[in-house]
Design a protein around this ligand. Structure first.
Ligand SMILES: [Zn+2]
Length: 434
């Protein structure tokens, strides 16, 4: 059981980490080193020997291993990213990098994504050192840079250049799951992530014949691009249910006391109320046009026009995604991956999933654990290259009115102290049994 110092430390560490500005603006603009040094110092105080690793100066990652009691057991990876997305101070009620604790709530960028979990990991591991607890499996703790951009300086670099640090790891635990989701009818759901859609950020390029804007032109690059973008944006992707999404729909339907008619998923989603949000973005692939770039003067037809599309595909649906894009773009528009990463699927029958579920149920007996698939991606994608199956498990007990998912990358990101205490208790219990 997590002790009082662990409960105090998780709050202190969350606040301290928020005060260290680790904004990741993309394109290599970010500095995680001070936060990495902070985390490494807390681990070293607990008798561990953390390693600091950088591909790029200042973009620092931390890895440490806690030896388990059973050398024949597979190791477990516990990871959290240190960087955060930008925050505009003028939009916030408190300064986003103040880490202020007001009325029992810790405020600031990273309070839920995901310095809370970084602090929980540190608090649990230090509690174990005080108590002399050793886990059964080896536990590898990793704090990463650059998750909010390409991960090239973070988990991607660790997976490519330092696989030895993760020797024996078969499963990983990180963001984002096991938070309270209020389903609108008084029920508290605890969704645990067991899958992620793949990322396919696309660049579309239309070629054509450049010329004067007053002249007849049947090969206008802007017209060609706009038509392709409209076809992509309006495309109705077919339903595709992965094992996790299927289980999610079935369990949510059972909680609502309705039949899980998986032949008419859209109707089923309509009956699930707010809980439909947990599933609706993961029952199909998607491709949302997001950026356009063409031309420089109103009376000049440009020879080329470019658009960008945020595509996401389900586990097992990448070929279908590619074929559909070929068809939708047509012969006049080329498309390529600007960034691409894999889709993930984690088993729900595993002992690890059962232990995560049991740990939540012990401390939130009124709650209902359900599996779900993330519509986006996390560092788990990079670590999957090492054969590590990723789950999203960042336990937080949140009061009604707290929209966890809206706080992600949102204004006034904050986390109640009580939620952090719950998180430490649940994480501690899960890891002791893992
Ligand atoms: Zn995150």
């Amino acid at each position: 059981m997590a002790d009082q110092p662990a409960l105090d430390e998780v709050v202190e560490f969350t606040s301290d980490l928020i005060r260290i500005d680790t904004t990741n603006r993309g394109g290599g603009d970010g500095q995680e080193r001070p936060a990495a040094e902070y985390a490494a110092a807390r681990l070293a105080e607990a008798g561990l020997e953390p390693t600091l690793l950088e591909r790029t100066k200042g973009r620092t990652n931390v890895v440490a291993r806690i030896e388990g009691t059973d050398p024949s057991a597979d190791a477990l990876l516990l990871h959290g990213h240190l960087d955060v997305v930008p925050a505009e101070a003028r939009d916030w009620s408190v300064h986003p990098f103040s880490g202020e604790i007001r009325d029992g709530v810790v405020w600031g960028r990273g309070a839920v994504d995901m310095k809370n979990m970084d602090a929980m990991i540190l608090a649990v591991v230090r509690g174990w050192a005080r108590e002399g607890v050793r886990p059964r499996r080896d536990l590898v703790v990793a704090f990463t840079a650059d998750e909010e951009a390409s991960a090239e300086d973070g988990s991607g670099f660790l997976a490519d250049e330092h696989p030895g640090l993760f020797e024996g790891c078969t499963e990983g635990v990180s963001e984002s799951g096991a938070f309270t989701f209020h389903d609108g009818s008084g029920r508290e759901l605890y969704p645990i992530a067991a899958g992620e859609r793949g990322t396919a950020w696309l660049k579309l390029t239309a070629g054509g014949r450049a010329g004067h804007g007053s002249k007849a032109n049947r090969e206008n690059a802007v017209t060609r691009l706009a038509a392709a973008v409209a076809r992509i944006g309006e495309h109705q992707w077919p339903l595709k249910l992965t094992p996790t999404v299927r289980a999610s729909l079935t369990e949510l339907a059972a909680l609502h006391g309705i039949e899980a008619d998986l032949d008419d998923v859209d109707a089923l989603l309509g009956k699930l109320g707010p809980a439909a949000k947990l599933v609706e973005s993961t029952v199909r692939n998607s491709a949302n046009p997001t950026m356009l770039d063409a031309g420089y003067k109103v009376n000049v037809i440009p020879g080329e026009a470019v658009a960008y599309v945020d595509g996401r595909y389900l586990f097992g649906a990448e070929d279908e995604f590619r074929a559909t894009l070929d068809r939708l773009t047509g012969p006049d528009v080329e498309w390529e991956f600007q960034h691409r990463s894999v889709a993930l699927q984690a088993p729900l029958e595993s002992p690890t999933y059962a232990r995560m579920r049991a740990a939540v149920e012990e401390f939130a007996p009124e709650g209902h654990v359900v599996p779900y698939c993330l519509s986006g991606g996390t560092d788990a994608k990079q670590f999957s290259r090492l054969g590590i199956t990723g789950y999203g498990f960042t336990p937080l007990k949140l009061p009604a009115g707290y929209d966890y998912q809206a706080l992600f990358h949102g204004v006034d990101e904050r986390v109640p102290v009580e939620a952090l205490h719950f998180g430490v208790r649940v994480l501690d219990r899960f890891l002791r049994t893992a």
